[in-house]
Design a protein around this ligand. Structure first.
Ligand code: FAD
Length: 372
């Protein structure tokens, strides 16, 4: 789906969803986060929005922008179904795809992706979780942390070491939430509602038929999945920034100080102008990256990294300005800009921190890619 009209319709459809009733309390405990994530997955599935295998990058961007405009946890519920199943869609056999993807698209199963470990964050070649071949199975031992949907997921795509080579020794597997030897060792509470925690694998036996691709394909598979979803993080950031700008416009038009509306003050107008320009510039970078991916170009690392880096940094700045212009009430729980301030922060860290994106941008430019 790359047609402009269809993309616009998708955005409209998501904007029309009643994701958060006005004044609805945010989930506060892990149990409330899980319940909200399940409710959102069911709602998105009913609307036919979770068939990630069929969604173009522009479509995922349109959906994420419109979801993140309304609710950060809704954006997470949507994207985790794609990130968590991306390895199955890209490297799975026909049988593996048929067994798992329809349930995930239909919302009957929830997905997660397990890459990060305490010692392996930005640098995935440091993954230490081991998958040892034992007859017709692999036995997994190790720990994963900062895993979205930990404990909630029915299906995990796990990246573990089958050999010592830092990259070539990684392999990908499908793990089921009820596999013996897998347990949730910790649940975290973040700045914003987000089901997340740590996983422990102790002698967890996975049939060899649940390996994705060949032994040693894991690193390449993970990169394929992350490369696809990177610009879409930028799209979510753009959605949050647009919401912050809309909230700000409504506020400054209504609020009077010094005998004038805030909107009539030159300093405020300059801030609004900067916010609007930087959001559109970020949105254009996201659109360019999504178009490049959808065109089938083999190398899109430069465009994707620029989009993710610029859009997430922009959203952080825009939302900070929105809090500023809301005044003291901007830091009080219940204000939309206060929620956005908490929701946006993680986007500059996950799926490649901003500094890592800058490394990629410089690498691509210096290897002769030019200015894209
Ligand atoms: C809300 C949230 C959800 C997440 N969900 C998942 C998930 O579902 N599955 C999963 O596997 N992981 C997940 N993660 C983990 C995430 O991918 C990692 O946090 C991220 O890759 C960074 O790794 P780290 O936290 O270990 O930081 P480190 O790798 O220790 O880096 C710390 C900081 O150092 C700097 N830095 C790192 N490398 C460089 C460099 N080369 N040059 C310059 N500076 C650098 C950056 O500022 C970086 O933020 C999630 C994280 C968050 C916050």
């Amino acid at each position: 789906m790359t047609d402009d009209r269809e993309i616009d319709e998708l955005g409209r459809k998501v904007r029309a969803l009643a994701l958060r009733a006005e004044g609805m309390a945010e989930p506060r405990t892990p149990a409330e986060e899980d319940a909200e994530a399940r409710r959102l997955v069911a709602l998105l599935a009913r609307e036919g929005l979770l068939d990630h295998e069929r969604l173009s990058n522009r479509a995922v961007c349109a959906i994420r922008e419109a979801l993140a405009y309304q609710s950060g946890i809704a954006d997470v519920a949507f994207v985790m179904q794609g990130l968590g199943s991306g390895a199955i869609a890209r490297a799975g056999t026909l049988g593996q795809r048929a067994e798992y993807l329809p349930h995930l698209a239909g919302g009957a199963s929830i997905a997660a992706i397990a890459l990060t470990e305490a010692g392996a964050g930005s640098d995935l070649t440091l993954i230490a979780t081991r998958a040892r071949r034992d007859g017709d199975a692999y036995v997994v031992d190790g720990d994963k942390t900062l895993i979205s949907n930990a404990g909630l997921a029915d299906v995990y795509t796990l990246f573990a070491r089958t050999a010592d080579d830092p990259r070539g020794g990684l392999s990908a597997f499908i793990v089921r939430g009820d596999d013996a030897g897998l347990r949730v060792t910790e649940r975290f509470q973040g700045l914003a509602p987000h089901p997340i925690g740590s996983l422990g694998f102790t002698g967890c036996r996975i049939p060899a038929a649940r390996r994705l691709g060949d032994e040693g394909d894991g690193f390449a598979i993970a990169m394929k999945v992350l490369d696809f979803y990177r610009p879409t993080v930028g799209a979510a950031a753009v959605g949050m920034a647009r919401r912050a700008l809309d909230e700000t416009i409504a506020h400054v038009k209504g609020r009077r100080q010094f005998g004038a509306r805030l909107a009539d003050l030159g300093g405020v107008q300059a801030m609004i102008a900067d916010m609007a320009v930087s959001i559109d510039a970020a949105a254009l970078l996201v659109e360019r990256a999504a178009l490049a991916i959808d065109s089938g170009r083999p190398r899109t690392a430069l465009e994707s990294a620029m989009a993710k880096y610029r859009a997430t940094e922009t959203a952080q700045t825009v939302i900070d300005r929105a809090v500023q212009l809301r005044g003291g009430m901007g830091v009080v729980r219940g204000a939309a800009v206060e929620r956005l301030y908490r929701e946006v922060r993680a986007l500059r860290i996950y799926e490649g921190a901003s500094e890592v994106q800058k490394n990629i941008i410089a690498r691509e430019i210096l290897r002769g890619g030019g200015g894209a």
